[in-house]
Design a protein around this ligand. Structure first.
Ligand code: GLN
Ligand code: ZN
Length: 760
């Protein structure tokens, strides 16, 4: 019989119980025992959900109060020295200090770095390793959780990040040191963990090795062999889990590792199934990740049954059925969505529903479908049929417009040099013009007004009047500060993607569709279910109103197509680039309307351009091509005299600088202040031709930046980029700050610009 299992379940709880408990603990509202209890309750519920659905194993080890990678670091005793010498076990507060710098007990210290887990929006805590690093089993948490699940009578499979991927995700903290050299010290500790699990009676341990879907240097590939040769002596069966893509050139390596099983992702990489079947030794289990763990669409069970027949025939009892990756990346339970219409709902499946899909698929493959399975199969087939033909999804006009797009639509009328001349005449800005990135503080007041509006307590007119008041305030402040290019401040936007999604056709919103982003922070991505189009202007009246309050050129603010795509659940019935181009065309209309309404400068934010990069470098160019084209489709409708800005905030530009230049934005504002302007080197080396606003102060910090310090930073910038092409602005939007910090910070920033003008 095909065995049904999952790599992991969302841990936040259907009502974000985890978030609430953890935050209450941080605030001192509940004690550690209560927090631990809530964790235990959640785990019990998740295991029970797996069993109720009919999975053959429950997965232990997917729970974490903050992050599962951090849990592994704690388990291995890999606590950076600045958190103090740890005798005995790494306690919960130490992990919280590592995650956020402070905890109810223990000395505060600088938090560990956090970064995205592969190409997901989930952020993990980066393990820090130094030369001479020692490891030891330094936490009993995993073993306790195993005992907990066993006490409930569940058949347990343990999930743990594998040794190579853990090292792969880590960062070296000593000069001239290669973290891979730690493998020999690390493996005995993994061995000891496996031994302990064996002693607890655990039969299967899933070791996640998603690094296998990336381009691996040779020594890392060899490390896989060496590591698993050593670990094979463990008295547990190992399932090496790969996900988020194809094994590609690591396929032979992965298939050949001396372990009892391999998990592959056949959602992202369906084409690899045959090759894996051919290469898999006959003693090995193959876990097929056929249900999408990264997206919220209902699975086509009939098609999957068809497609996996061969695998079933070839593998027999050695076939396991699962989701492509941990269900951590999808919301918990669709049943909670009482506001979604029944039709749309019938097209979706969240984690809870995906458990059922996995079980039914396993039963179908075995030819042992129950009545419930048959009903589920039929319901899925019907829903998918309806989805394929729904006029809510397919809007002929959108497709027609897209196919009529020509290469020239993505090009501005004139090249940058010619545009710049017209713009400078038209805008008449001083040297080192000052601006901000768009948002001003989202005060409690603004949020309260929006809540009241959404709940119906506050009428639309009153709400809009309230937002206009806020715009007046922001524009007045900027006038007093003497900022050259003011913004309206984005008070009307709850979120830079959601705001646009709500005004575009083809988007839907869930009420409880939360997904963990990092720690206690959850996001609720919009669902792009159909062809995207713009029923009407989205930002024009706000920008127009803001412009009416000042003689300076008001900058219009849009979120770019790639960022909207990247931060949503995207439809799976057409390529991502097609959806991106549809969004781009909607934004193009908005750019045209803003321009027609007298807006002379329009910023199209693309902070998510970089995170869309595929995991394999060989696929980068194709992605960058359509991403850049989408941005340009949005922007290029603008006349030469209209200045197009873009904004990005991440710390690495080197490898995508050509694509950034290809966007051909007249001005790009970027986060740079924390790098001491070193990030501009990439722009200098590339001879980046257009204007740049390198952020002069870090908006994440409440400190007020000093004039002289910002002048010095800009002087450094001017050594790399000609002064005529430099702008002065903060690193990012100011929505998370208070006015009390923003005003003096911007006053200093403007003062710095004026000083620079005197000097140049
Ligand atoms: N315009 C947005 C803001 O100022 C940009 C946010 C971002 O870069 N993430 O908030
Ligand atoms: Zn930013």
């Amino acid at each position: 019989m095909a065995l049904a299992h999952i790599l992991g379940y969302p841990r936040i709880g259907a009502n974000r119980e985890l978030k609430k408990a953890v935050e209450a603990y941080w605030k001192g509202e509940i004690d550690q025992t209560t927090l631990e209890e809530s964790g235990k309750t959640l785990r019990a519920a998740h295991w029970q959900a797996s069993r109720d659905a009919g999975l053959d194993l429950v997965t232990v080890g997917d729970f974490a109060f903050y992050d599962q990678v951090l849990n592994v670091s704690a388990l291995l005793g890999a606590v950076p020295p600045r958190f103090g010498a740890i005798e005995g076990d790494v306690d919960l507060d130490t992990t919280f200090r590592m995650a956020r710098g402070r905890a109810p007990t223990g000395e505060p210290a600088a938090a560990c770095e956090m970064t995205k887990y592969f190409d997901t929006n989930y952020h993990y805590l980066v393990p820090e390793l130094h030369a001479g690093q020692r490891f030891r089993v330094a936490s009993t948490r995993l073993f306790d959780e195993v005992a907990e699940a066993q006490a409930e009578g569940h058949p347990v499979k343990v999930a743990l990040l594998g040794p190579i991927s853990w090292l792969w995700l880590a960062k070296e903290k000593s000069e001239g040191f290669d973290r891979l050299t730690l493998l020999d010290t690390l493996l005995p500790v993994y061995g000891e963990i496996l031994e302990r699990l064996a002693a607890q009676g655990v039969e299967w341990v899933q070791l996640d090795e998603p690094a296998l879907v990336q381009d691996l240097p040779r020594d890392w590939r060899q490390a896989f062999e060496a590591a698993y040769n050593k670990l094979q002596s463990a008295r547990v069966k190992l399932l090496v889990a790969t996900y988020f893509g194809a094994l590609g050139d690591n396929l032979g390596l992965a298939a050949g590792l001396p372990v009892a099983g391999l998990h592959i992702d056949t959602v992202r990489a369906p084409e690899q199934l045959d090759a894996v079947l051919d290469r898999l030794p006959t003693y090995k289990v193959l876990s097929i990740g056929a249900i999408d763990g990264r997206n919220i669409w209902r699975a086509d069970l009939a098609a999957l049954r068809e497609r996996l027949q061969v695998a079933r025939a070839r593998l027999g009892e050695r076939l396991w059925v699962s989701a492509s990756c941990s269900l951590l990346h999808v919301p918990v339970d669709l049943e909670a969505e009482t506001d979604l219409d029944a039709e749309l709902k019938s097209w979706l499946a969240f984690a809870r529903q995906k458990l059922d899909e996995i079980v039914t698929l396993a039963h179908l493959l075995d030819g042992r479908a129950t009545d419930a399975d048959t009903a589920r199969l039929e319901a899925a087939t019907q829903a998918l049929e309806a989805r394929r033909n729904s006029p809510r999804i397919h809007k002929p006009a959108v497709g027609e417009r897209l196919s009529a797009v020509s290469a020239t639509d993505a090009e501005r009328p004139s090249p940058y040099g010619a545009r710049a001349k017209v713009q400078h005449r038209h805008l008449d800005l001083p040297l080192f013009p000052t601006t901000t990135i768009g948002s001003f503080p989202q005060t409690q007041d603004i949020r309260a007004a929006r809540r009241a509006f959404k709940s119906g307590e506050l009428g639309r007119d009153a709400y809009e009047a309230r937002m206009r008041q806020e715009i007046v305030h922001a524009v007045e402040r900027q006038e007093v500060l003497d900022i050259d290019v003011p913004v309206h401040g984005e008070p009307e936007r709850n979120d830079m993607v959601e705001y646009f999604g709500e005004l575009l056709d083809g988007f839907a919103f869930t009420r409880f569709g939360w997904v963990q982003s990092y720690g206690s922070r959850c996001v609720k991505p919009p669902v792009i279910f159909g062809d995207v189009s713009r029923p009407g202007p989205m930002t024009v009246r706000w920008s127009e109103y803001a412009q009416s309050l000042t003689d300076k050129p008001m900058k219009g603010m849009l979120t770019g197509p790639v960022t909207i795509l990247q931060w949503s659940f995207v439809r799976d019935d057409q390529p991502r680039d097609a959806t991106c181009r549809q969004i781009a065309l909607s934004l193009r209309d908005e750019v045209a309307d803003l321009e027609a309404a007298g807006i002379k400068i329009i910023q199209i934010d693309e902070p998510a351009l970089r995170e869309g990069l595929p995991l394999r470098q060989g696929e980068w160019q194709r992605y960058l091509d359509w991403a850049v084209e989408s941005f340009k489709l949005s922007a290029a409708v603008a006349r030469d005299e209209t200045q197009i800005h873009t904004h990005m905030c991440y710390s690495e530009f080197n490898d995508i600088i050509a694509a950034i230049a290809a966007l051909d934005a007249d001005v790009i504002t970027i986060e740079t202040s924390r790098s001491d302007m070193e990030l501009l080197d990439a722009f200098q080396d590339f001879a980046y031709p257009n204007e740049i606003g390198p952020g002069v102060y870090d908006i994440h910090s409440p400190n007020i930046p000093e004039v002289e310090w910002m002048v010095q930073l800009m002087e450094k910038a001017a050594e790399k980029i000609p002064a005529e092409r430099l702008w002065v602005n903060p690193d990012c939007g100011l929505k998370t700050r208070g006015w009390a910090e923003v005003e003096p910070a911007l006053a200093n920033m403007v003062e710095a610009a004026k000083e620079l003008r005197r000097r140049h």
